[in-house]
Design a binder for this molecule. Structure first.
Ligand code: GAR
Length: 210
């Protein structure tokens, strides 16, 4: 089984969805550590309750972004992960951070990338008059919310949606899409496409035809 470390900043519901998937005996991955940049992140207690080692490393306890990243890298290294999953980790990773895990870091973003990268995705989707929204799991590269797409899922945008109601609807499909994407990578079905190699088609997680 592939060793997976999960980075969080908040409630950790995606981390829990991954942990639930990993609890199945035939799932090709296990969660070996959860690292948060917020001591108060709700996900830390949820991970600890499942016996997963946790680490809390606040940015403000370090003099610079580089020193904070070095501490997170050290915690990561102690977990010896094969795969790193960003699950609501609200920090942009530097090239130095990515290098040791290049091609092995996944991120979930609550929009249909490449639309609406960055913050306030749901309000921006509503303001743009979108009738569908969704989530994307992708390999992490240096650009924010860039990198080859692994899986997506779509949901409708309803006429009376607020950013909060839309976020909640998207979150429910995030919990299906991230485990699917992790399965694809951990099982060897998908890998980071190198040297102009064409990436295999990304599945739509909630495709009724699939
Ligand atoms: C999720 O909606 C995730 O897609 C989003 O934060 C939420 C975390 O929820 N991530 C980003 O916006 C990253 N740019 P969770 O802590 O309950 O998994």
């Amino acid at each position: 089984r592939k060793r997976v470390a999960v980075l969080i900043s908040g409630g950790g519901s995606n981390m829990l969805a991954l942990a639930d998937a990993c609890a199945a005996p035939d799932f090709p991955a296990e969660i070996v550590g959860v690292i948060s940049d917020k001591k108060a992140a709700g996900g830390l207690a949820k991970a600890a309750a499942r016996g997963i080692p946790t680490f809390a490393l606040e940015r403000k306890d370090y003099a610079s972004k580089a020193e904070h990243e070095a501490a997170v890298l050290e915690a990561l290294a102690s977990c010896k992960p094969d795969i790193v999953c960003l699950a609501g980790y609200m920090r942009l990773l530097s090239a130095e951070f990515i290098r040791p895990y290049a091609g092995r870091i996944l991120n979930i973003h609550p929009s249909l990338l490449p639309l609406f990268p960055g913050l306030h995705t749901h309000q921006r989707a509503i303001d743009a008059g979108m009738r569908v929204a969704g989530c994307t799991v992708h390999f992490v590269t240096e650009g924010m919310d860039e990198g080859p797409i692994l899986a997506q899922a779509a949901v409708p945008v309803l006429t009376d949606d607020t950013a909060e109601t839309l976020a909640a609807r998207v979150l429910t499909v995030e919990h299906q899409t991230y485990p699917l994407a992790l399965w694809l990578v951990a099982s060897g079905e998908r890998a980071f496409p190198h040297d102009g190699e064409k990436s295999k088609a990304a599945p739509v997680c909630n495709d009724p035809q699939a």
